[in-house]
Design a protein around this ligand. Sequence first.
Ligand code: E4P
Length: 229
Amino acid sequence: MMYIIDSANLEKIRECVEFYPVAGVTTNPTIISREKTDFISLIKSIREIIGPDRMLHIQTTALEAGQIIKEAVALKEIVGGDFYIKIPVGPEGLKATMALKKMGIKVTETAIFTQQQAMLAAIAGADFVAPYVNRLDNIVSDGVHVVGEIVEMFKQHNISSKVLAASFKTVEQVHKIAMVGGHAVTINTELFHTLTYHPLTQYAIDDFIVDWESCYGKTDILGLIDQSK
Ligand code: E4P
């Protein structure tokens, strides 16, 4: 499963890329607007931090297919590397997706809430479909169930589009997506930290250090190797 950073904050992206096995970055207009800075230099800086080989998904703000296509072409030119245009699902989005695929531009169909939206997006040629797990949970639906059915449906119909689950608040949601075969999750940087933390892990690490130091003092392994030379 791929882990993707759902953020446009340069410091947080830099930190995540340093410490976690990150496959790329996703943004949307809300995430971008939180940074309150020049859009073009922001997306160029994200590309600089993550390098050309990690995925960068940037969402269109256009609502009409012709404009979506123009934005996709321009954004690909600006950020280069492994670029995906994120397009909200709908008639104009699907029309743009079909055209962009012919032009060789990769597409992530986003704001997906139903299995059939995902199916149509995939058949239109989307490389990724992005169902919103937490927003589904919030309306007393079941985000994990929807993602699981999309994964299963793609398998049954031999569809190569991947499921990039988005909108997460908890470790439990991320874990359940892994268990139903989601191909990727996009999560904020705080959730990366929460996924890796467990108090018993910290307790175990503290214990190892106490035991080690009771025998060897404050010297670590490299210190002992140096002493033995
Ligand atoms: C990602 O691409 C989505 O836009 C994002 O995960 C939505 O998350 P939210 O529901 O927390 O805003």
